[in-house]
Structures are given as structure tokens and as C-alpha cells.
Design a protein around this ligand. Structure first.
Ligand SMILES: Cc1ncc(COP(=O)(O)O)c(C=O)c1O
Length: 457
């Protein structure tokens, strides 16, 4: 009864992200959370297989996070981080973050991921302008990349569905193909998927003119556009190309940071140093909103070198919000104290193998991706030989999600989105980093039962 009243009120008064009223027919009204589980207003419990929205890395219901927020709010809930003032938690967190990535210089805080990427794009422009190269303003990003939905972030996002009703996009954003080994058509190319994708980046830089390109932005491992792992040669090649053509490399680690891939940051898997690293989500495990960018020493020195008249006129009321920073510091302390980065690596291996055991012989499981921490997916196709996707009318993703939810697991099932080559419907797995082996197996068993129920195996 209460649930119905709440659902009616929600439908009437709230606009949701990616809003359509059809999606509010079967609302999950989440009321509480504990560990890897959440509970709805009817008291039903679910495993949260996507950590909220890829962010609740330490799991739900941690009283000490609430205490950290309350303590900071009682002491000083807010003061401005604009030029000339600062706060203790923001200082401590900035130092902690800079120390977590080798050779980086400083941090700028935002409230979330899209704002972090906006800040990265503006900082790239600013950097080149200070160095006398004000034509370097264009940004290259990738098809299937997701970078948020503010106008610039949306223009960098490489998923057409996000643009369609908001065109025109901001000028100066160029998309290249990503490294997508499963969908790579090697015919006539004679190169690896990583090399082909890196060449595309190089060609795009050369065709636009390196003197016009400010930066390349990419997620180390794709998330919202479908969890897609690159081949191991991809990132070193990308770093070389960016260095060769004076293009800043922005690593969007908004999903992949803070232990998600079994390392603090995913680029560590390839020993890579970005020029700018965008972070959000896992920095507070979602307990309060926070994001930001970590910039290289070179960029920090550039910011510090200018005439006061040319200062970096960028900032937000909530930059370095003390309560959010205090919560982030406690979150990082918990990740370290409980060895959650190591647990993510270990449970990630178990998850990947469990998915292989469950699905490798399934006739519709086209590709199983995982192995770097708790970030894994199964991509489904109608025909495994041709890799043909199920038609949109089959509504496979939504049906899989419903079946999983019935069985007590909530996650996202990505629908094929229409870019070419389009990923098929996917079940995505990014559970909290505290997950146990038994819980991993429970989550995979539910996925298997749900796939069998929908595809009648
Ligand atoms: C890789 C990546 N970048 C940017 C964003 C945007 O973050 P926000 O929703 O906090 O603006 C997201 C959100 O899912 C993301 O996954």
C-alpha cells in the first residue's frame, strides 16, 4: 500500500535520469542497504550487482561513513574552496589522491563525473592556450565511450542514443572506434584490434591536424557503453601516440578507480600515466557526491605559472566540499584497512571463471569479459557464428533484468544501442568490492537461471 502511494507520487513529481514514464511502471523503491544487498519498501532483499551505479565500492550501510559525515558537518559543514580559502578535509584528500598516482601534481574537486570531464576539457584548452597553442581545442573520444551528459560530456560520449534529442552537439568533438576485440573485423587488416584502434586515433589526429587537438579521452575499460576490455597492447600504443602528437591523455577512471579493477586505478594494469585523470563514484562509494580531476605535474606547473590576469577561471560552489571530502577520506581508509583492492582482484578472478563455467557453452553467450577486478559482462547474441544481435523487439535486456530481479539480483542489462558494430544485450557485473566467493556464485547462479528462463534452454 505504502509502496503504491510512493510510486504514484514518484511518477507524478520526479523526473529521473534517462526519463520515460514507461520506465516508472515497475519502480524498484529502494529503502535500505546493508553490505552487498539492498532492500525495497516491501522488505524484499536483492544483491546489488552493480554497486548502485558502479559506485558503492565499500558496500551499503556503513555507520562509520555516516559518523565521518556527521562529525565534519558538526565541525564545519561548508566553506568555500574558491581562490584564497580552503578546508582541512579537502587539503588532506587532495594530498592523498595525488600520492595514489605516480608523477601527478594536484587535484581539482567537482561534485560528480560529468563535471570532472568538463573540467578536464577546459583544463586541456587552458593548458595549450598558456603554451601559445590556442588552436588546440578539439577533443577525440571513442564510440561506446561514456563520459556523462552535460553538453560537452555528452558530445564526448560515443553512444548515439544520448545525442539524438539534444543535437546539435558541441563542435570540435571527434569520435574514433574503440578497441573491441569481440567485434573486431580483422579481414584485410592484418593487425591486432589494439593496433587497429590505435591507428584510428593516429589517423584522426593527422586528418584533423595535431595542431588542433587538445586531448584524447577514454575509459581504461568501458563501462556504461557495455563493459569492453581492450587488448593489452592498446593502452601503451595510445600513450605513445598522444605523446608523439602533443595530445593530452585524459583517463576517465570514474568507474574504474578506487579498486574496481583490482588496482587503485585501472591504468596501473598497463603501467600508464595519464596527463589528466577524471574520478568520481568510488571516491566516496556514493555516500556523498564527489568527483574531480588529478592533473600532471606539468599541468599544475602551467596553472601556477601564468600572469594573474590569465588565471584559471573555473570552479564550483561545491569544489572541495568539506563533508564530501571527509567522507572520501574515510572511504579510502576503509578500502585500505579491509584490503578491498586485493579482494576485488581475487573475487574478480572467481567471478570471471564462474561466468565462463556458467555460460561458455551457452549458444547465445557471444562473449564473456572480465578478469580485471569486479568488472565483468556477458554479451548475448542471437547467432554466435555471425554475432548477430537479438532484434530490439525481443527486448532481451529488459527481460533478463526482470528475471534476475525476481530472483533477488539487481543489475543493469545493457540493450544493444545501435552504434556500429553494436554490442549485443549484456548482463553487467560490478558488485561491491566486499563481495565474498559464496555471494559471487549466488549472483552468477541467478544470472544463469534467468538466462535459461528467458532463452528457454
Ligand atoms: C566513465 C564515466 N564517466 C563519466 C560519468 C558521468 O558521471 P556523473 O553521472 O557523475 O556525471 C560516468 C557515469 O556513469 C561514467 O561511467
Amino acid at each position: 500500500m505504502l509502496s503504491r502511494k510512493l510510486a504514484d507520487s514518484d511518477r507524478k513529481y520526479q523526473i529521473h535520469s534517462l526519463h520515460h514514464p514507461n520506465d516508472t511502471e515497475q519502480m524498484l523503491i529502494c529503502a535500505s542497504g546493508h553490505g552487498i544487498c539492498i532492500r525495497d519498501t516491501d522488505g524484499k532483499e536483492y544483491i546489488d550487482a552493480l554497486s548502485g551505479l558502479w559506485n558503492v565500492n565499500i558496500g551499503h550501510g556503513r555507520a562509520e561513513m555516516a559518523e565521518a559525515a556527521a562529525e565534519q558537518m558538526r565541525t564545519l559543514a561548508y566553506f568555500s574552496g574558491y581562490a584564497g580559502s580552503t578546508t582541512v578535509p579537502s587539503i588532506e584528500l587532495a594530498e592523498r589522491l595525488v600520492r595514489s598516482v605516480p608523477e601527478m601534481g594536484a587535484v581539482f574537486f567537482t561534485s560528480g563525473g560529468a563535471e570532472a570531464n568538463e573540467s578536464a576539457f577546459k583544463t586541456a584548452r587552458y593548458y595549450w592556450r598558456v603554451h601559445g597553442k590556442s588552436e588546440k581545442t578539439k577533443i577525440i573520444s571513442r564510440i561506446h565511450g561514456y563520459h556523462g551528459v552535460t553538453l560537452q560530456a555528452m558530445s564526448a560520449t560515443g553512444i548515439a542514443g544520448y545525442w539524438k534529442m539534444f543535437e546539435p552537439r558541441v563542435p570540435g568533438f571527434i569520435h574514433v572506434n574503440t578497441c573491441y576485440p569481440y567485434r573486431f573485423d580483422s579481414s584485410g587488416k592484418g593487425v591486432s584490434p589494439g593496433e587497429a584502434a590505435a591507428r584510428e586515433l593516429e589517423d584522426a589526429i593527422l586528418s584533423a591536424g595535431p595542431e588542433t587537438i587538445a586531448a584524447f579521452i577514454a575509459e581504461p575499460i568501458h563501462g556504461a557503453g557495455g563493459i569492453i576490455y581492450p587488448t593489452d597492447d592498446y593502452w601503451p600504443r595510445i600513450r605513445d601516440i598522444c605523446t608523439r602528437y602533443n595530445v593530452l591523455l585524459i583517463a576517465d577512471e570514474i568507474i574504474t578507480g578506487f579498486g574496481r579493477t583490482g588496482r587503485w586505478f585501472a591504468l596501473e594494469h598497463w603501467n600508464m600515466r595519464p596527463d589528466i585523470l577524471s574520478f568520481a563514484k568510488g571516491v566516496t562509494s556514493g555516500y556523498l557526491p564527489l568527483g574531480g580531476i588529478i592533473v600532471s605535474l606539468d599541468i599544475k606547473e602551467t596553472l601556477d605559472s601564468v600572469d594573474p590576469a590569465d588565471k584559471w577561471m573555473h570552479g564550483y560552489t561545491n569544489s572541495g566540499h568539506p563533508a564530501c571530502c571527509a567522507v572520501a577520506l574515510r572511504n579510502i581508509e576503509i578500502i585500505e584497512r579491509e584490503n578491498l583492492v586485493e579482494n576485488s582482484a581475487r573475487m574478480g578472478d572467481i567471478l570471471f571463471h564462474a561466468l565462463q563455467d556458467a555460460f561458455q557453452n551457452h549458444p547465445n553467450a557471444g562473449d564473456i569479459r572480465g578478469g580485471k577486478g569486479l568488472l565483468a559482462a556477458v554479451e548475448f547474441v542471437e547467432d554466435r557464428v555471425t554475432k548477430r544481435n537479438f532484434p530490439a523487439s525481443a527486448n532481451l535486456g529488459a527481460r533478463l533484468r526482470t528475471e534476475m530481479q525476481k530472483r533477488g539480483v539487481v543489475t543493469r542489462t545493457r540493450l544493444a544501442a545501435g552504434n556500429h558494430p553494436a554490442p549485443g544485450d549484456e548482463i553487467l557485473f560490478a558488485p561491491p568490492l566486499i563481495i565474498t566467493e559464496q555471494e559471487v556464485h549466488r549472483m552468477v547462479a541467478v544470472a544463469k537461471e534467468s538466462v535459461d528462463a528467458v532463452l528457454n534452454q
